[in-house]
Design a protein around this ligand. Structure first.
Ligand SMILES: [Zn+2]
Length: 268
């Protein structure tokens, strides 16, 4: 039994839901992100938010998987501040939907000034509505700098780090994120970025508190079964069942339950 707290099912087939259910997935959360193309209008985001709050929960439910979502305009498309503000203005109309957990995945992509402006406005929106925040951190060489810029922006606006998950952490960023009181997520990829083996190493180095794993399941080469594969890696290394449950079920459930809207069964 596991929760995948960050998977973009918009890029995935119904067969993936079937395979995830067979592997023990009972609940997922899907952050708003890139839909495979840049949207030209706020209306395009409105339709995407309808997909995330209406179609995907029903598609997941066919396989006994509870689907939740996060809303935002992602950093990759937030260079146009005018468009971003239009998208931000329609988010409150979706907050009544019971499967919306918060604002995400927000953050930085290229660490640009416009991205930072839009990030700050998202943080303000989340705080106004008392919502959880899910953060995307840049990949590769911009990650360390971007992670610090994002954490500084959150702190400057007075966000509670216990209600913020900073995702895509790696060996060189995980310690700083945890030390500042945030939750941290490791995104598992088959070859690039953090593999299930590297994630297992990171648990062994940094412990299991406030740390979760997810598959991303995005448009690139990615694996919607990455979480159970990491469970297997931990089992193979002799970790206790309790530890494996903590990182793949209890931790996401504890963090997400702060929304008052997350739904997953008590684990067996
Ligand atoms: Zn993502």
């Amino acid at each position: 039994m596991y929760i995948d707290p960050h998977v973009h099912m918009v890029s995935r087939t119904t067969d993936d839901y079937q395979r995830m259910a067979l592997a023990g997935c009972v609940a997922i959360t899907e952050p708003a992100f890139w839909a495979g193309y840049d949207r030209s209008t706020a209306q395009g985001f409105h339709d995407y938010f309808r997909m995330l709050t209406d179609f995907e929960p029903r598609r997941a439910a066919q396989f006994g998987i509870r689907h939740h979502t996060w809303l935002c305009i992602n950093p990759k498309e937030s260079e146009d501040v005018g468009l971003a503000r239009e998208v931000l203005s329609i988010i409150p109309t979706f907050l009544e939907c019971k499967t919306v957990l918060g604002i995400g995945e927000i953050g930085l992509n290229k660490n640009s000034r416009n991205e930072m402006t839009v990030l700050e406005e998202h943080i303000a929106l989340a705080m106004k509505h008392n919502l959880l925040i899910l953060v995307h951190t840049p990949h590769l060489e911009d990650k360390l700098k971007g992670t610090h810029l994002i954490m500084d922006a959150l702190r400057n606006q007075g966000a509670d780090p216990g209600r913020v998950l900073i995702d895509h952490v790696e060996e060189h960023t995980v310690r700083a994120v945890l030390d500042r009181g945030f939750w941290a997520g490791m995104t598992l990829y088959p070859d690039t970025k953090c593999t299930p083996q590297r994630a297992a190493d990171i648990f062994e180095m940094h412990g299991t508190d406030r740390l979760w794993i997810n598959s991303a399941g995005d448009w690139g080469v990615s694996d919607p079964l990455a979480v159970p594969k990491c469970q297997d890696e931990l089992r193979r290394r002799g970790h206790l069942l309790e530890t494996i449950r903590k990182v793949s079920y209890d931790n996401p459930r504890t963090f997400l339950s702060q929304s008052g809207r997350f739904s997953a069964p008590e684990r067996a």
